[in-house]
Design a protein around this ligand. Structure first.
Ligand code: HEM
Length: 329
């Protein structure tokens, strides 16, 4: 609960405000959508990505323990399944809300008909991707419900697969699909790696704070295994994010990458995201080098507080990303 709150406090205001600031460039001849719709699209998007991320993290956590340790982790796993059912439900609701909001965004009015919704889903890649999200989220809800009853590890694996499918569907409708032919494949793979590493890193930390922070024995086993994973994710997120930003910012012929970085909304959002990454590296370093030695010996530490602080900054990066995906590079 606290983990989700910390992430939401970073993500939701940033997504709402940044979407309104970057929406000021109206396209001539096209009916502009209302501020509520503009902010709603970004907020629903970031909640959708956040819900998939939480579902992934909650179900990756049990996989960090060996089969011999499963008996000790069963209570945490059952709580993870119950929480995973709610995050998957939120994922489905956000996907349905996004269909409505994105159709309204395109139509320039919030009073839209069922026919317009159907046209959006059948004609637009982003509509089909959202319809796919609803189906995958439904499978995830069923898997979480069955896991909460049976407690088996199979449900965790199915939920991880569903989350990966949800993340792939997200990327399918992002800017990478618009990159020049020369860079299209590389940009798509790089964005998939970026989003997957960001979700694993954030979701894993959220699950640790939510399920294990109060249990020093389990925390002392889980955090040393999560820590190298988090370092790897940080490196992948940084390299792939910079690569995607460079491809998007150099797509316009006759402009320099530096001027696009400094003068466009897309470029400024990228700079802010790079700032978030630096802050996350500092906090991650503090947890790894200062707190982890004490956690290994099951001592009391302020890891939950630092974890929430890190989740808040991750939330800011997610909020900026939700707007980045819709800004003109
Ligand atoms: C050097 C730092 C970073 C750079 C340059 C960067 C850049 C990017 C770019 C270019 C995209 C694609 C947007 C599009 O479709 O055009 C993106 C998406 C994304 N980034 Fe980052 N990023 C960085 C750090 C982070 C961090 C620290 C996180 C979270 C921990 C993060 C999470 C995400 C997510 C979740 C998406 C997908 C958003 C969506 O599709 O709704 N990024 N990022």
């Amino acid at each position: 609960m606290t983990a989700g709150l910390a992430w939401g406090l970073g993500a939701l205001p940033v997504a709402g405000v940044a979407s309104l600031i970057t929406a000021s460039n109206a396209v001539p001849g096209v009916l502009p959508p209302s501020a509520v719709v503009v902010a709603g699209v970004a907020v629903a998007r970031v909640l959708l990505v956040g819900a998939i991320t939480a579902t992934l993290g909650l179900n990756v956590l049990p996989l960090l323990f060996s089969p011999r340790e499963q008996a000790v982790t069963t209570p945490a796993r059952l709580r993870a399944y119950r929480a995973g059912g709610w995050t998957a439900l939120c994922w489905m609701v956000c996907a349905i809300a996004s269909v409505y909001l994105q159709t309204a965004d395109l139509a320039g009015t919030s009073s839209i008909t069922a026919g317009e919704l159907g046209t959006y889903v059948s004609r637009f890649g982003s509509g089909q991707s959202l319809a796919g999200q609803v189906v995958v989220a439904a499978v995830a809800i069923a898997a979480a419900a069955s896991g909460a009853r049976s407690g088996t590890m199979l449900a965790a694996r199915i939920l991880v697969l569903c989350s990966v499918a949800g993340l792939l569907l997200l990327v399918a409708a992002g800017h990478a699909g618009e990159a020049s032919e020369q860079w299209h494949d590389m940009a798509t793979v790089s964005l998939e790696l970026h989003v997957f590493a960001a979700a694993l890193w954030t979701g894993g930390l959220g699950a640790i704070v939510m399920l294990l922070a109060a249990d020093r024995a389990l925390l002392s086993r889980a955090l040393p295994r999560y820590s190298p994973l988090a370092t790897g994710c940080l490196a992948v997120v940084g390299v792939s994010g910079l690569l995607n930003a460079a491809v998007a910012l150099s797509a316009k012929p006759g402009t320099s990458l530096l001027s696009e970085l400094l003068t466009t909304d897309y470029g400024r959002l990228v700079i802010l995201k790079a700032g978030c990454l630096c802050a996350l590296a500092c906090i991650g370093g503090h947890i790894r080098f200062r707190l982890l030695p004490a956690i290994r010996q099951a001592h009391r530490t302020s890891v939950a507080l630092w974890g929430c602080f890190e989740l808040g900054i991750m939330g800011v990066a997610f909020g900026l990303a939700a707007v980045l995906g819709r800004s003109a590079a």
